[in-house]
Design a protein around this ligand. Sequence first.
Ligand code: TYC
Length: 119
Amino acid sequence: MATKTPKKPPQPVTPASTPDDGGSVVLERRTEKIQPPQMHQVLMLNDDYTPMEFVVVVIQEFFSKDRETATQIMLKIHLDGKAVCGVYSKDVAATKVDQVLEAAKQNGHPLQCVSEPVG
Ligand code: TYC
């Protein structure tokens, strides 16, 4: 007569005993450094028609320069074809460009202004 071998109880899928991590969470140490935001420079371009005085006032108004600095920047644009009027975050630089272009349009001048990443 065959004797029945006692059946083993069903085994748990995961081992019953695992090393105890105490419920703690290990944070990964990151060596990457957070980079400062890319800055953008706003350049004004020369043309043959926009009055010098208008350019000086625009630089004073939108780039917070005193009259002497604004005049120097305007003359640099006039002589070199372009000059940096200010350096800002991307959004602020885009707003400055819009403001200059809108003021130029309102006054019927072809003044051009662009922004580009620095470096
Ligand atoms: N070249 C213009 C003139 O002789 C003056 C000027 C300066 C125009 C700067 C645009 O971004 C400019 N009237």
